[in-house]
Ligand binder design. Sequence first.
Ligand SMILES: Cc1cc2nc3c(=O)[nH]c(=O)nc-3n(C[C@H](O)[C@H](O)[C@H](O)COP(=O)(O)OP(=O)(O)OC[C@H]3O[C@@H](n4cnc5c(N)ncnc54)[C@H](O)[C@@H]3O)c2cc1C
Length: 393
Amino acid sequence: MNDVVSALIAEDADITAIREGVRAVCAQFPGDYWQETDRERAYPTEFVNALTEAGYLAALIPEEYGGSGLGMRPTAAIMEEIQKSGCNGGGCHAQMYIMGTILRHGNDEQKKKYLPGIASGELRLQAFGVTEPTSGTDTLSLSTTAADKGDHYVVNGQKVWTSRAEHSDLMLLLARTTPKDQVKKKVDGLSVFLVDMREAVGNGLTIRPIRTMINHATTEVFFDDLKIPADNLIGEVDKGFRYILDGMNAERVLIAAECVGDARWFIKKATDYANERVVFGNPIGKNQGIQHPIAKVYAATEAADLMVQKATTLFDQGKSIGPEANMAKMLAADASWEAANVCLQTHGGFGFSEEYDVERKFRETRLYQIAPISTNLILNYIAEHVLGLPRSY
Ligand SMILES: Cc1cc2nc3c(=O)[nH]c(=O)nc-3n(C[C@H](O)[C@H](O)[C@H](O)COP(=O)(O)OP(=O)(O)OC[C@H]3O[C@@H](n4cnc5c(N)ncnc54)[C@H](O)[C@@H]3O)c2cc1C
């Protein structure tokens, strides 16, 4: 076997132990827990607390700030195991990676002030205010503004799909600080702020939940002359778009690992059912019309996982992973969505029943064709930045 491939496949004992630990936590949250939270659109507080107490949400925070100081590869294994166990990490996954912007671009004071609390779970930083209703994917056209008033900024505008805002103390906010027509480079003019929502709600910040097809605690938020201390600016003013892009690769590869976990959950569920369910005197899995789609998506999942391993390995070596993170996200999201469809088909009518968890996971994994970046935008990225084709938009 070629060395690169064996390095990607080999997992050290630490990662195997992490996987076992995550599985033990997840075993406390079986399907009926998720069915109930989904039905009530309730926040999975007990699950998030259990992951926090076990230290998994602080995986990427360096030890000097109270985290585990793990690399991206073991962290991806945590995300994968959560989904593979039938749980849903969507309620808290961002607590793991949003803090990367403070870690990479914050000053020493900000790191000391926020990272230990985020590591212990005392402070939640799991809300990310980027998307707006009018600009959508075109982030550089966002219109929320932060006006410089000396010792503070005043924010006005609106964000949409700000997930977990009601269950977060802090929000990482991207806002325009210099008008689009006054910047030298089009990527300039946006800045990143840390908003303390404990103080902001009712004082210029309003959060409204959006009811969606999945239980994702997502919201829209409104800024109406919200004051933010100047100290809460992260990095340099007007350079925020680059900082956000930086964090997006980490987010994409971790979401890709979640999709691999989802795909593996669906494949196991479909295989078990295909072996057990007897119709016309035979297990349905004896029919190639049932087994081939499962086999095919198994192969697609293994291939997607290799791209996740490549991206995380390169990240941990300090290399840039733009193409790999994007490809991993697309391949893994495609595999999980196909696996969801195959699993539902394998279950026949029972796939629609709440008690099998298939319909819930089916809805949940569909999100990753859209968020945090849609498949089309990944294809645009590969076409333009990897293949050198002309930009189409
Ligand atoms: C449940 C949920 C949670 C989310 N959580 C967050 C969050 O916490 N924080 C946050 O900031 N955002 C969040 N998002 C927003 C998410 O990242 C966006 O929905 C996503 O990036 C797409 O943006 P849009 O919905 O405005 O679609 P649009 O930009 O309006 O795009 C609509 C469709 O057109 C396609 N399209 C657009 N432009 C092009 C083009 N040039 N070429 C080809 N196709 C194109 C897109 O692929 C898409 O299919 C969340 C979304 C959902 C649904």
